[in-house]
Design a protein around this ligand. Structure first.
Ligand code: CA2
Length: 168
């Protein structure tokens, strides 16, 4: 079912079926270093997984990565101005520090899921407190790259209009 619930007579927003998947610094290195921590899948594999998951749900993906905080803010604002359905974000090294990313997510008001490949709560203390979670509708961590698929399907469920309980 399309993201507007298939309601007749309503013009659909051009990006109403599109989820922005935004990846933070160093995630471009996935699969090339630290496989014991982050696994062997590359960022291209993550993108493929996201696109396949979204397709099954009748949705589309804009997939982005940046090593720069300001560019991540730009991606979030772009998702907002293009009226995307929502955001899945792995803020990576900016998770614990970025008020700018937090403010951008709060500013656009799009439903956002925060995702981490590793279980940040089982790692060093400095990784455990996210500034971003306050703006997130949900947080997923510790499932490896499968977490991206879980985040997309969880977000799609949140977006689906509740089924009417009225008898026909
Ligand atoms: O578990 C996650 O997804 C993290 O967001 C990954 C970040 C880390 O700073 C967070 O605490 C948890 C690091 C991303 C860097 O990824 C690399 C991948 C391969 C090699 C080097 C870095």
């Amino acid at each position: 079912m399309p993201a507007n619930g298939g309601r007749p007579g309503r013009p659909r927003r051009p990006m109403a079926d599109t989820i922005y998947v935004i990846n933070g610094p160093n995630l471009n290195l996935l699969g090339t270093r630290e496989p014991e921590t982050y696994g062997r899948a590359t960022l291209a594999d993550v993108e493929k997984l996201c696109r396949e998951t979204a397709k099954k749900l009748g949705m589309k993906i804009e997939f982005r990565q940046s090593n720069k905080e300001g560019e991540m803010v730009d991606f979030i604002q772009e998702a907002g101005s293009r009226k995307a359905a929502g955001i899945v974000i792995n803020p990576a090294g900016y998770t614990t520090t970025s008020v700018a990313i937090l403010d951008a997510i709060l500013g656009v008001g799009l439903p956002t899921i925060e995702i981490h490949i590793t279980n940040i709560h089982a790692r060093e203390r400095f990784r455990q407190r996210s500034r971003i979670s306050k703006a997130a509708r949900g947080v997923i961590c510790g499932f490896g790259i499968e977490g991206y698929a879980l985040a997309i399907s969880g977000l799609a469920s949140m977006l689906r209009p509740p089924k009417s309980t009225k008898k026909k």
